[in-house]
Ligand binder design. Structure first.
Ligand SMILES: C[S@@+](CC[C@H](N)C(=O)[O-])C[C@H]1O[C@@H](n2cnc3c(N)ncnc32)[C@H](O)[C@@H]1O
Length: 191
């Protein structure tokens, strides 16, 4: 890794796709494993799920695998990340995944279609957070969960208290906070 790469890893803004490999180190399991995330998402196998900012798909592979009768849509702002995730998913023979390149503002999906929308260490990188939160509320089914995980060490991490206010002002009902103040998952509901 070059000095420039290290500087970028510690900096704010969109995570560079060139460093996507660093999101796949198994040590991440200690902080938040795909299995733990799936529990926190309260997934059912027939759910329709949107993951925003999957990067190379560290969580996506296991989530797609759990959706044996359902579907996962991956939406990222970098085509290179979607391509990387797609390669990893197809290698495992999973065929229930679709891919969408984001424009940073809106999504081309219908109202009330998703049972779950989740993001892991992504929202802090999103420039227009209120536009995204409004879109998430529009696309979620009533009672559906928006699940946001934030992890220590991420330069764009949003503190839980700020996220609670942000999601409340976007009209979500608070659900629960799992984990610690350093590494947490906040689930909020469309009411
Ligand atoms: C730090 S990475 C996290 C990747 C993955 N969630 C994980 O935890 O391994 C952040 C990801 O969010 C994506 N991203 C940043 N801004 C975005 C936006 N406005 N819309 C969609 N994806 C975005 C980046 O391209 C990158 O893939």
């Amino acid at each position: 890794m070059s000095g420039e790469d290290i500087k970028r890893l510690a900096g704010k803004g969109i995570f560079p796709h060139k460093l996507a490999w660093s999101l796949l180190i198994p040590l991440r399991n200690i902080v938040l494993s795909p299995k733990k995330l799936i529990e926190r998402l309260e997934l059912k196998d027939d759910f329709t799920v949107l993951e925003v900012g999957p990067g190379p798909g560290y969580f996506s592979v296991k989530v797609a695998d759990a959706l044996t009768r359902g579907k996962l849509i991956l939406a990222d702002i970098q085509q290179e990340m979607l391509d990387y995730a797609k390669r990893r998913i197809e290698k495992r023979g999973l065929t229930n995944v679709e891919y969408h390149l984001c424009d940073g503002e809106s999504f081309p999906f219908r109202d009330n279609v998703f049972d779950r929308i989740f993001l892991v260490t992504v929202l802090g990188e999103v420039e227009n957070q209120s536009a995204y939160l409004n879109e998430f509320r529009r696309m979620l089914k009533t009672g559906g969960i928006l699940s946001i995980s934030e992890l220590a060490g991420d330069p764009d991490k949003i503190p839980a208290e700020s996220l609670r206010k942000l999601t409340a002002s976007a009209g979500f009902g608070f659900g629960e906070l799992r984990g610690s103040k350093w590494n947490y998952t906040m689930n909020v509901r469309k009411i």
